[in-house]
Design a protein around this ligand. Sequence first.
Ligand SMILES: C[S@@+](CC[C@H](N)C(=O)[O-])C[C@H]1O[C@@H](n2cnc3c(N)ncnc32)[C@H](O)[C@@H]1O
Length: 293
Amino acid sequence: MTVHQETLWQRFLEPIANVLIDRDEMKRLSESIDWEAEGDRLRNPQVTYPDYYQSQNFHGIEKGYLNPGAAVTYDPITQYALPPNETWLREDAIKTIQGQPRRILDLGCGTGSTTLLLKQKFPFAEVIGLDLSPYMLVMAEYKAKQAGLEIQWLHGLAEATNLPSESFDVVTASLLFHETPSAIAIAILREAFRLLQGNGQVMIFDGSQETLRHTDWLTEIFEEPYIKDYARHSVDAWLGATGFEAVYTESLWWTNQVSHGIKPLPTGMRPVRYAENVMADSMGVDGTAPAFS
Ligand SMILES: C[S@@+](CC[C@H](N)C(=O)[O-])C[C@H]1O[C@@H](n2cnc3c(N)ncnc32)[C@H](O)[C@@H]1O
């Protein structure tokens, strides 16, 4: 006889989620969007799903992000997973970006929560969100339309985007690295380095590696297959090894962290206008590093 073992997610989080989540809104979204047709419209047929991605049931959802259910439930649950306030944390991470970037790429954008905030903070920038799940992109596009924001959504692999080299001022990734094996996180940083022009900035917002090292129970509840691997490493060290300079990581409450780095200019090259702003900002008026409020 097969005994069905409940996952920790089903035992602890599902009952809580059932009380907190607006089931009517989720039902409305599930039924009002033709997920397969919309997913097909955004799907890039050239994309093949790597095994580390399609073999896992992230957050206890069968087929993980390749299931429309993931796109519908992601925002209602994430708001409780990012205390004290999801938007504040994302905004604090975005505050590390200096100057006025003109082209921004948000890798693993999911339902676009950070992507939308980036566009709101830098309204004149061309903002692109890229994700491997067409369904997450459908939700992101829906949210951007509701908010009246013009953002481009691309279906693709963060570690191999096929986008042109040195074509962005800023590359970001939010809550992506704890969801990939560490070798993939490093490959994504290499891709970000290739995509950035000299003096371009990378911003990585995710769970606090320091805290996660001491909270195994938390990682098991959330059913995150790669989070222990993520917690063992250091985004700072990865950024440095990739070639980024002025690297630092700041805690955002005890739960999260934001890491920032700058791609150096090739020796002897004068910074372009945008890059000059970044350098001026990063020095601060008195020559010290800037304070992020
Ligand atoms: C936890 S969600 C984070 C979504 C969003 N960035 C946020 O801050 O809420 C992780 C997202 O990364 C995407 N993802 C995972 N691996 C990826 C990869 N190799 N390339 C592109 N997207 C990926 C998933 O499809 C999912 O939408």
